[in-house]
Ligand binder design. Structure first.
Ligand code: COI
Length: 357
């Protein structure tokens, strides 16, 4: 393992955490991992106390958004120790996102090793309740100071951790989602497949308007024809139509290659379901709802895990999904994925990286 220097915090913020009401991304643990890219290489890997950083007003990322992030979780294993769920996929996706916005690649093994070391140091921050976990948020951004529009020369990778409960206030209860025909998140040829700030900034206005109308999230359609379904932004989307599980394909390059998305597709195949990644139009979903073949709709994501959709609204028309209740498939996916993550179900795919803390 590369040398990671450790500077421990004096004291801890842990007592300022409301462990009975964690919510998502509200509390931050005591330490972060940090690495700097300078003179063409990554180095000075260190774990230091979490705290404010000094930033120059001319720092390019504040102006041009050359930044990417990841999201993964550490779980307490039922027999002791900690489980990371498919962190290699996050490491690979970090570098995919980076390549899309001219950010130099970070060593994928070091990424996972750094996470393990950080989690060990802040092990007392790992929530022990079922449904809760220690969320890991790596962020990597251009840190040079200039105003010309070009890639940064220097970068910083910071990995912070946050004890979290469920992403949605609804928990595993179905959420209502507005299908946007006004705003778009990403277009083919754009940054939709990268976990970069621009996609999330593009979702803010549509998301805020949807929230005013009582919806939890927006389902984005493709930015050109406004007919193909893309994703929700905080999660990918899945439809059970008849006995088939269908989800938008990665090929158009406009959606994120979700780790939970891939997990769900693999499990569904294991269980003998027909699975298809393909273009899906919103009209097809309306028709399937009318003819009764649309059985379930649910989102998949690291933060959200599995989030059943109870209602989809498109151009003023409400589609009630599965009577507004969680469906059997979504429930089985949630139970299986969380069972694997907490070490309750045998991992036959090599998805879990277990370590002692
Ligand atoms: C995640 O699922 O980890 C995400 O990054 C989604 C969201 C919180 C931005």
């Amino acid at each position: 393992m590369t040398d990671i220097k450790v500077t421990l915090k004096d004291g801890s913020n842990i007592d300022n955490t409301d462990w009975n009401n964690l919510r998502f991304g509200v509390y931050f643990s005591d330490h972060v991992f940090m690495s700097d890219f300078k003179n063409g290489e990554w180095g000075d890997d260190r774990i230091i106390p979490y705290g404010p950083m000094q930033v120059d007003p001319g720092m390019c990322t504040l102006h041009y958004g050359q930044t990417i992030f990841e999201g993964l979780k550490a779980f307490p294993d039922k027999n002791g120790g900690v489980n990371l769920f498919r962190p290699d996929k996050n490491a690979a996706r970090l570098n995919h996102s980076g390549a899309m916005v001219c950010i130099p690649a970070f060593d994928e093994n070091l990424f996972v090793d750094a996470i393990k070391k950080l989690v060990k140091i802040d092990k007392k921050w790992i929530p022990q309740k079922r449904g809760e976990s220690l969320y890991l948020r790596p962020v990597l951004y251009g840190s040079s100071n200039f105003l010309g529009v070009h890639a940064s020369e220097e970068y910083k990778l910071i990995i912070m951790t946050s004890p979290v409960g469920s992403y949605y206030a609804e928990g595993l209860n179905p959420v209502d989602i507005l299908v946007s025909d006004t705003y778009v998140r990403a277009v083919k040829g754009g940054l939709g497949s990268a976990k970069t700030a621009a996609n999330y900034a593009a979702s803010m206005l549509g998301g805020a308007k949807a929230k005013e109308l009582g919806y939890a999230q927006v389902l984005w359609l493709d930015g050109v024809s406004r007919s193909f379904i893309d994703e929700v932004g905080a999660m990918n989307i899945m439809f059970q139509i008849g006995d088939e599980l269908v989800t938008p394909s990665l090929e158009r390059g406009a959606i994120l290659n979700g780790v939970t998305r891939d997990t769900v597709l693999t499990l569904a195949k294991d269980w003998g379901m027909k699975v298809r990644e393909r273009d899906i139009t919103i009209d097809e979903i309306l028709k399937a709802n009318t003819d009764g073949t649309l059985k379930e709709v649910f989102g998949t994501g690291t933060a959200a895990v599995i989030s059943p959709v109870g209602k989809l609204t498109y151009k003023g028309k409400d589609l009630l999904i599965n009577g507004g209740k969680i469906g059997n498939l979504a429930q089985k996916m949630y139970d299986t994925i969380t069972g694997l993550q907490y070490g309750e179900i045998e991992d036959t795919h090599g998805w879990i990286q277990h370590f002692e803390v």
